[in-house]
Design a binder for this molecule. Structure first.
Ligand SMILES: Cc1cc2nc3c(=O)[nH]c(=O)nc-3n(C[C@H](O)[C@H](O)[C@H](O)COP(=O)(O)OP(=O)(O)OC[C@H]3O[C@@H](n4cnc5c(N)ncnc54)[C@H](O)[C@@H]3O)c2cc1C
Length: 415
């Protein structure tokens, strides 16, 4: 038995990150309580684009800077800043821009790629333990380019994949439709990313992981956490109804809401919501083998267990603003350009909140204020992809085992 086996851990948040942490910690001998104010998997992890995206790309950088002014002028473009929200997000936005400086960019890419490199293997291991391997498809992803200029504009990304030894294959025009007949003949180019698998149903994945954790002995507790403090033995969690709960260790994995908990603990972090939309099309009239990403338009189309999902883009408008589903509909229109047979019948629309830090890399870290308090948050566009790796690293920290990679870049005190 590991030293400290049977000691108690609370994981706050039952999204994909919290569910994975809870399962891993329970599996490795801790007595886990997973706490959520809602039911598992109903946050951002419900509706993401289901992609295991190993080709980490920093959000900010010279190529983003070049595109941003044009994007920000267009409410239907890939990135939109609602004018009323601009003053509120300005400090975060300036940090985001600064993170793209060439002097920082390489370190951010190294840190991101260090997490994505083991991600597929970690996910496979987690799925196998939860008896859910069939939730992952074995097909890859196609990055598509409608015009040659789009391919040229994406060269920094292609160069990045080359530099980090990421497997990819540039396809000839006549190879594209052989692989994915649903695509229009107008698609000028594509790159196959064979290792970017996808999950058939991201919501079901979270529920399955929570159930696997429970089957291994973890328990689920309904409650809203207000703050976490130091206690003589470990940590005290204070719930909204005033109840106080005692644990040896506590992990904050509350997605974008981790920011409120960190603030209450006294260590504010620049966590912003990068809002994104999806449309789930239950009767798409086509079938697809690969997921598709269209970098120039910053969105994806993913075949899922229940039809086809179209989604992505970024809206900076905070947590409270009402959804603007025009942003979801424009993506469906773009999707129909490259998938001419796509029908839009029996649909549902969804808005989600990516927990985004200015430098694109998550916080996987001990608290800088409260002993035995840990953070697993800020996964931005890659929470699904990085869930199992994050869980393994969080368990390594709590069990005081040597992690497989340096955790220095993910520390909370970098802010
Ligand atoms: C449109 C879109 C597409 C995306 N596509 C992909 C993709 O293809 N691949 C990928 O890897 N990632 C993708 N992402 C990102 C990914 O979905 C997120 O990074 C991930 O879901 C974050 O998971 P989480 O567990 O941190 O947060 P959530 O899933 O938001 O879970 C947080 C949980 O914490 C609970 N909670 C919050 N506050 C409290 C509190 N005070 N007390 C108790 N409980 C609390 C919430 O109820 C919730 O259940 C996408 C995101 C969006 C929006």
């Amino acid at each position: 038995m590991t030293d400290g086996a049977g000691s108690t851990v609370a994981v706050i948040g039952s999204g994909i990150v919290g569910a994975a942490c809870a399962l891993e910690l329970q599996k490795r001998g801790r007595q886990v309580t997973l706490i959520d104010r809602s039911s598992p998997g109903r946050g951002t992890s419900f509706g993401n684009m289901a992609s295991i995206a190993l080709d980490f790309a920093a959000g900010s950088g010279p190529s983003t800077w070049r595109k941003l002014p044009r994007w920000l002028m267009d409410p239907e473009g890939p990135v939109w800043l609602r004018p009323a929200y601009a003053p509120k997000t300005l400090p975060w936005f300036l940090r985001f821009l600064a993170a793209g400086r060439p002097s920082q960019l390489r370190a951010i890419e190294d840190a991101g790629m260090a997490l994505t490199r083991p991600a597929l293997e970690d996910l496979r291991r987690m799925l196998a333990f939860a008896n859910a391997s069939d939730l992952m498809t074995e097909e890859g992803c196609l990055a598509i380019y409608e015009k040659d200029e789009e391919f040229t504009a994406d060269r920094a990304h292609i160069e990045l994949m080359r530099r980090y030894g990421f497997d990819f294959q540039v396809l000839k025009k006549d190879e594209i439709r052989d692989l994915e007949p649903a695509l229009s003949a107008h698609v000028a180019g594509a790159v196959l990313l064979p290792d970017n698998k996808s999950i058939r149903d991201p919501y079901k994945l979270v529920v399955t992981l929570v159930e696997a954790g429970q089957a291994a002995g973890a328990r689920f507790l309904s409650g809203e956490v207000v703050t976490v403090g130091k206690s003589t033995e470990g940590c005290t969690i204070i719930l909204k109804d005033g109840e106080r709960l005692q644990f040896d260790d506590v992990v904050v994995a509350a997605g974008v809401h981790s920011g409120a908990i960190a603030r209450a603990v006294g260590e504010p972090i620049p966590l912003e919501t990068e809002r994104g939309y999806h449309t789930q099309i239950m009767k798409p009239g086509i079938s697809m083998r690969y997921s598709i990403i269209w970098p120039a338009r910053a969105f994806m189309v993913t075949p899922t267990a229940g039809g086809i999902r179209v989604g992505g883009n970024v809206e900076l408008a905070g947590l409270q603003a009402a959804p603007d589903f025009r942003r979801a509909r424009v993506l469906v229109r773009h999707a129909q350009r490259v998938l001419p047979g796509l029908k839009v019948e029996d649909t549902s629309e969804w808005l989600g909140h990516r927990p985004a830090l200015p430098d694109t890399i998550p916080i996987i870290s001990p608290s800088s204020r409260v002993p035995n308090l840990w953070y697993a948050t800020g996964h931005g566009h890659l929470g699904l992809t990085l869930s199992a790796t994050t869980a393994r690293l969080v368990a390594d920290m709590i069990l005081q085992e040597k992690p497989s990679l340096s955790l220095a870049p993910y520390r909370i005190d970098r802010y």
